[in-house]
Design a protein. Structure first.
Length: 473
C-alpha cells in the first residue's frame, strides 16, 4: 500500500512540470513523484546513526516523546507490502536520510536523489503547433493502418441481438439463426424472417470519372487520409488516443423519425486479434461501437501509455543492537510455526485430504485396489426385509415397526420398497439391506438373487448353447 507523506516531500527536490500527456489522474504539482514504503526489514541504531551522522539518538520507550520541532510521520500511515529485506540500497551517494517517527517509534527513511528533467524552452505557441502537426500525422497514419480491415467484417452477439460491422461499409443489427450444438463455431447468420436494422453506413464515393470525350475511366486511388475519410477524427482522453468514425444514414427510427447513426471508436489493443469490444445505444437510435485492434499499435501515438513509477522513499524501523538478536529468533519461530501449519494434515470425515491416497502427488492416478467397493470391515449391515423364491416357498420376513424406527426408517416407505421389489423379482429371492459405514452416507440396497439364472446358464452351457445363452443374459 502506498502512502504520500508531505513532510518527506518537503525535503525532496522542487516540482517540475509534467512532460507527458495530460491525465485527470495526474497531480500536475507533484513532479517528481514520490511514494513512501514501509519495509519489512529493520536496521540497527548504530547503522542508522552512521548514515545520519548528525542526527541525535532517538528517545527510548521510557523517555518523553519527540519535541515539536522533530519531524513526525502521520499516524494514519500504515505498513505496506514493500519487501526490502536487505540493505543494499543504503547508499549515501544515491539517497539522503531522515529520521522520522510514527507513534513515537523511530524509522530511518531513505529519499533518492532525482535528476530534474530538462527545462522546456519551447514557447507555448510552438508547442501547440508541434502538437497539432503530430496529431495530424498520427491521424493519417492511423487510417493507413486500418486499411488492412478493408473487405473484412466483425461480428458481436449481445443477448437477442447480433451485430455486423464491415469496415468502410455499414453496421447492421439483426436476429441470428440459432446455432445447433456440435457444429463448429461460425459467424452469426441473419434470420431472413426477422427485421434487420442498418445503424449507419459509409457514404458511397464515385470510383469512376469521365474523360474529355465523356467516357468513364477508373478514378486513380488516393492515399487514405483523414481528409479522404468522411466523418473521421482523432480524439484524446487522458493519455489514450483513438480514432473515431461517424456513420449516418441508417434505418429510419420509429421514435425520432430520423435515420439511425453510430460512432465507431478504434482503440489500440496489443496481443490480440481484431474484435468488437462492445456496442451500446447511448441515446435513442444513436449507438457507440468500440473496436479493439492491434493494427493501431504499430504507431506509438496510439500505443497504451506506460505507467510512470514514482520514486520510492523506503522507511525501516530502527531498533537497538540488543533487540536485533531477539527479532531474528522471533522470525525463526514464526517461520517454523508456518511450516508446521503447512505440513499439518486435514482430516474431514475420517478422510485425510491431500494425503495422495487416491491420486498420487505426481498427478498419476493410483491403481484401484482389489477390495475397492467392498464393504468396510467397520460397516454395519442390517437386513430389514427379505423374501424367498417360489421354489423355496416364497416366505417373506419384514422388520417390525420398532426396529425400523430405531434405524430411523419410515415403515410405509419400507413397505412400498418391498412391494416394488417383489414385482421386479418375478419369483426369485430378494432382500433389502441397510449399510452404515463410518464417514460415509447410509446406503439402502435392494438385492435380487440370481442364483437360479446362474444354474440355468450352466445347464445351457452343458447343452451346447453357450454363445446364444450368454447373449440372452
Amino acid at each position: 500500500m502506498r502512502y504520500l507523506i508531505s513532510t518527506l516531500l518537503a525535503s525532496a527536490p522542487i516540482a517540475f512540470a509534467s512532460q507527458t500527456v495530460f491525465s485527470i489522474h495526474d497531480d500536475v504539482l507533484a513532479f517528481p513523484q514520490y511514494e513512501v514504503y514501509f519495509s519489512q526489514s529493520i536496521i540497527s541504531d548504530t547503522e542508522a546513526y552512521t548514515l545520519l551522522n548528525n542526527i541525535p539518538k532517538p528517545p527510548s520507550e521510557t523517555e518523553s516523546p519527540p519535541s515539536a520541532d522533530t519531524k513526525s510521520i502521520s499516524s494514519q500511515a500504515k505498513s505496506s507490502s514493500y519487501n526490502t529485506n536487505d540493505h543494499n540500497d543504503l547508499d549515501s551517494s544515491k539517497s539522503s536520510y531522515e529520521l522520522m517517527y510514527l507513534k513515537n517509534k523511530p524509522y530511518l527513511c531513505s529519499i533518492p536523489f532525482v535528476t530534474p528533467p530538462l527545462k522546456n524552452e519551447t514557447s507555448e505557441a510552438e508547442a501547440r503547433a508541434t502538437e497539432a502537426k503530430e496529431l495530424a500525422r498520427a491521424t493519417d497514419r492511423g487510417w493507413e493502418l486500418l486499411q488492412d480491415l478493408e473487405g473484412s467484417c466483425l461480428y458481436f452477439v449481445s443477448g437477442w441481438w447480433s451485430y455486423s460491422f464491415c469496415y468502410n461499409a455499414e453496421v447492421t443489427q439483426f436476429h441470428a439463426i440459432p446455432q445447433y450444438p456440435g457444429k463448429p463455431p461460425s459467424p452469426p447468420e441473419r434470420d431472413p424472417n426477422a427485421q434487420m436494422y442498418v445503424l449507419g453506413k459509409v457514404k458511397s464515393q464515385k470510383s469512376a470519372v469521365t474523360d474529355e470525350w465523356g467516357n468513364e475511366v477508373e478514378k486513380p486511388k488516393q492515399k487514405v487520409t483523414a481528409a479522404t475519410s468522411a466523418g473521421t477524427e482523432l480524439q484524446v482522453k487522458g493519455d489514450t488516443r483513438y480514432l473515431v468514425q461517424k456513420l449516418e444514414g441508417g434505418t429510419i427510427c420509429d421514435l425520432t423519425g430520423k435515420p439511425r447513426r453510430v460512432e465507431i471508436q478504434y482503440h489500440c489493443m496489443p496481443n490480440m486479434s481484431d474484435r468488437i469490444g462492445y456496442i451500446k445505444e447511448v441515446t435513442t437510435c444513436s449507438y457507440l461501437l468500440v473496436v479493439y485492434t492491434p493494427r493501431l499499435c504499430n504507431d506509438v501515438a496510439f500505443a497504451p501509455a506506460t505507467e510512470s513509477k514514482a520514486n520510492a522513499i523506503v522507511c525501516r524501523a530502527v531498533i537497538s543492537e540488543d533487540e536485533m538478536g531477539s527479532r531474528e529468533e522471533l522470525k525463526g519461530e514464526i517461520a517454523t510455526n508456518d511450516e508446521e501449519k503447512v505440513n499439518q494434515v486435514i482430516n474431514i470425515g475420517g478422510v485425510v485430504v491431500g494425503a495422495g491416497k487416491y491420486i498420487g502427488k505426481d498427478g498419476n492416478r493410483i491403481p484401484i485396489a482389489a477390495d475397492f467397493g467392498q464393504e468396510s470391515p467397520d460397516s454395519k449391515v442390517e437386513i430389514i426385509a427379505s423374501g424367498k423364491s417360489e421354489t423355496e416357498g416364497g416366505a417373506v420376513e419384514l422388520a417390525s415397526e420398532e426396529e425400523l424406527q430405531k434405524l430411523d426408517l419410515d415403515p410405509d416407505i419400507v413397505e412400498a420398497m418391498k412391494v416394488e421389489l417383489e414385482g421386479v423379482a418375478n419369483g426369485r429371492s430378494w432382500s433389502i439391506k441397510v449399510v452404515d459405514a463410518p464417514g460415509q452416507v447410509r446406503q439402502i440396497l435392494m438385492i435380487i438373487d440370481d442364483e437360479e439364472e446362474e444354474k440355468e446358464g450352466k445347464e445351457g452351457e452343458e447343452e451346447g448353447s453357450e454363445e446364444i445363452y450368454k447373449e440372452e443374459l
